[in-house]
Write a protein that binds this ligand. Structure first.
Ligand code: NAD
Length: 474
């Protein structure tokens, strides 16, 4: 047994001791992922196969892409429970019930070919149209926090655009991601016999990612993940779409419905144990209504408030020192609030959903993107101070920000100053991706490169086609 194997066993035992053992349904058997159906041994083969399929896909009618996508949606619905359990089992993060909902959202609200709108001009000089064409083979990097959701969502949008896709998924979620790749290929085969419409490698690594980044057959890179991969994509020299980290603040002013705000914030912040990049990560509240907000969070929304030394203990537990810098302790990312509380010696009620504490805006747990059901609450004197602090805490990601208020001028000012890709007003953060809010969904929100909520159109290139002095028939 080598050191890595030993580490794995220790991690598993620790996970079970700290109570995050997955309630695995006896009826569900986790599949063993074998090579085939888009899963290859090495990256070169995966790219070659996707390139070959791209030649076939590009001559197929749009109707064929629609058929594949319709079948992918069915596959997601048929396998949502298995995928949700598999992801929690493999990564140790998140909540099965919420992951099932996320899969349903992807299946039902990820748009397809309807997004690819041509543009037409006709006039005395003829007819010009701009059509949206595929890039070819897309290289997609996916996260551990929404592994299969991102593979499916990217696959639907990228295939709708006419591309094939090579995935390099997060190593900690490779099995779940690869199962999703296999299901997409099953869908494409069943819809019309096309295979390897998406491909990947059995064991994704930094090395396989590097091959993908540099390969001449990859025309577009799309990365969904933290700052490391965003930096890598921006430096790749290729066309890149970068969906990076956020640290979404939520501001509550004195005009808000405080009872509803408390419920909405905790529902958003605890969804899948705070893994979504759009989820509320810290609260800024006008002092006048702060006590009321804290009351409802505890009395009606199962929050546990830490005070004094308990907060310092939390810092020591959920952060670790690396190269002289404090970074998040991955062992607690996406874990239940009760597990985190137990780790700092607190036996909280089983139904505890979120840990809250009061702090100032410089507190490290307020500044850092934790992805844990933990919310620092910052009191401010008035809404203008709140907007300024929220702006600072968002950290320039321009990703997501939320607000509870009934004053349209305050809501407008916040939206303008924060300047984020997603801004949810008077609802939980997940309304921003179409869950309890209007509009389509995506699991790749590209704030850094400006696409915002990506859809099929984001994965196309514009092509102008001109007929001079003819084809205008008015
Ligand atoms: P992560 O950054 O650890 O990994 C994401 C992916 O990038 C993985 O496939 C990983 O292998 C790869 N990667 C990491 N560093 C790389 C590098 N230097 N070069 C090339 N590839 C690299 O992220 P995670 O923990 O899986 O996901 C959580 C992070 O992703 C959070 O910061 C979250 O906010 C962000 N996220 C953003 C979105 C969005 O739509 N904007 C969606 C989901 C997650």
């Amino acid at each position: 047994m080598n050191e890595k194997d030993l580490e794995k066993i220790v991690a598993e035992v620790t996970r079970q001791l700290t109570g995050n053992k997955v309630a695995h349904k006896a009826s569900l058997v986790f599949p063993k992922i074998n090579l085939g159906k888009g899963v290859f041994d090495n990256m070169e083969e995966a790219i070659e196969a996707a390139k070959k399929t791209e030649e076939e896909l590009k001559v197929m009618p749009l109707e064929f892409r629609d058929k594949i996508i319709a079948r992918i949606r069915e596959k997601i619905m048929e396998n949502k429970e298995l995928l949700a359990e598999f992801a929690v089992h493999e990564t140790g993060m998140g909540k099965v019930g919420h992951k099932i909902l996320k899969h349903e959202l992807v299946a039902k609200k990820t748009p397809g070919t309807e997004c690819i709108e041509p543009k037409v001009w006709t006039g005395d000089q003829g007819l010009t149209l701009v059509e949206r064409g595929p890039f070819g083979v897309v290289g997609a990097i996916t996260p551990s926090t929404n592994p299969s959701e991102t593979v499916f969502c990217n696959a639907i949008g990228m295939i709708a655009a006419g591309n094939t896709v090579v995935f390099n998924s997060h190593p900690n979620a490779a099995q779940t991601s690869n199962l999703a790749v296999q299901l997409v290929n099953e869908a494409a085969e069943e819809a019309g016999g096309l295979t390897n419409v998406v491909t990947t490698v059995m064991k994704p690594t930094a090395e396989s990612g590097n091959i993908l980044f540099k390969h001449p057959d990859i025309q577009l890179l799309v990365a969904t993940g933290g700052p490391g991969v965003v930096k890598a994509i921006l430096q790749s020299g290729k066309r890149g779409i970068a969906a990076g980290a956020g640290n979404p603040p939520v501001l509550v002013d004195e005009t808000a419905n405080i009872r509803k705000a408390a419920a909405d914030i905790i529902n958003g912040a605890t969804f899948d144990n705070n893994l979504p990049c759009i989820a509320e990560k810290e609260v800024i509240v006008v002092n006048e209504v702060a006590d009321e907000l804290l009351y409802y969070m505890q009395a009606e929304n199962d929050c546990y408030k830490l005070v004094g030394e308990q907060i310092e203990k939390l810092v020591q537990t959920v952060l670790v020192e690396k190269n002289g810098k404090k970074i998040i302790n991955r062992d607690f990312v996406g874990r239940d609030a009760t597990v985190i509380l137990k780790a700092i010696g607190i036996d909280a009620p089983e139904n505890t959903r979120c840990i809250i504490f009061e702090a100032d805006e410089n507190h490290i747990l307020v500044v850092e993107e934790l992805m844990m059901p933990i919310l620092g609450i910052v009191r401010v004197a008035n809404v203008d101070e709140g907007i300024a602090i929220a702006h600072k805490l968002e950290g320039g990601n321009r990703h997501s920000a939320h607000m509870h208020s009934s004053n349209v001028h305050n809501l407008t000012k916040y939206g303008k100053v924060l300047d984020t890709a997603i801004y949810v007003k008077n609802a939980p953060s997940y309304a921003g991706i179409g869950f309890g809010g209007e509009g389509y969904t995506t699991f790749t929100i590209a704030s850094k490169t400006g696409e915002g909520l990506t859809n099929a159109q984001s994965f196309t290139k514009a092509r102008r086609c001109v007929m001079a002095e003819a084809l205008y028939i008015r």
